[in-house]
Design a binder for this molecule. Sequence first.
Ligand SMILES: [Zn+2]
Length: 322
Amino acid sequence: MTSHTATTLTVGALSAGPGTKVRGSVRAELGTLTTDIPLALINGSRPGPRVVITAGVHGGEFTGIDAAHRLADRLDPEQVRGQVLLCLVANPPAVYNGRLGTSPLDGVNINRVFPGDPEGSPTERLAAWLFENIVEDADAYIDLHAGRIDEFLRNFVGYRLTGDPELDAKTATMARVVGHEDVILGLNADGGNSHAAAARRGIPAILVETGQLGERDPQAAEGLVAALLRVLDFLNGDDVEPRPVTEWLWVGFVASEAIGLWYPEFTPGTDVTEGQVIGRVVDPADGREHEVRATATGRVFYGMRGLTVLPGTDLAAIAAPR
Ligand SMILES: [Zn+2]
């Protein structure tokens, strides 16, 4: 791991010398999209790794954004070792316009297209900008998410195995230091999640899911701040006790086959059996019911709470013990 000290931390026009903290925004000029990304650069007066934390990759996921803001306020560059680069709102169009998981500009879920494409759609260009300017030079990366306004969710930490035993072991410990009881692994680092793309570059990277349903619970945000401080201590070599966790693998996703009104018969944390009816979609035109069945046996970690769904709307995500 690189030791970042006595070097200036710079993103675009924002820069923080050693021992200083700077908050502001950096304009991303992407041709088809211009947007201002709020950042906090905390450049410690002591050596240590560069830790990157992103929040607001999706809209409507408030706990992470709230916690990132609280952490930016609280971190004192005199006390910080290494550098902490906080990106408080990574995806302003999705966060501010509609508070959605997809961008209103192009309908793209940015967390499916990392490391992005500088010649692509507005959201693909934003992913490329974020990856190049924020994520790529990290020594460790934490991406903060929550259940969206219409999504219930049981807290968990996610990460991907890369096949590099040293990297995977470090990431596993980072995940356990967070303090959420459940850790959900991916068996490879494929795909467009920002933490997967970072893992492919050899960066220990975790996804931290905290809170649900657009809640803005100060206690949950403070709990997440404490978790992030523990991870920072661990990354600086302190003796931080990893918490006991249960490890899970994703085994099934359930999408709606019909348009209509969704009546779930589970909550996050409910154990389901493959084939079990987990809810019904009712056609408001004729009152006809479509049964929705679990596609796998395991525990539901997140699902749709909103009443109105379309064909293809994600209804439930199921994981099984590893
Ligand atoms: Zn999210």
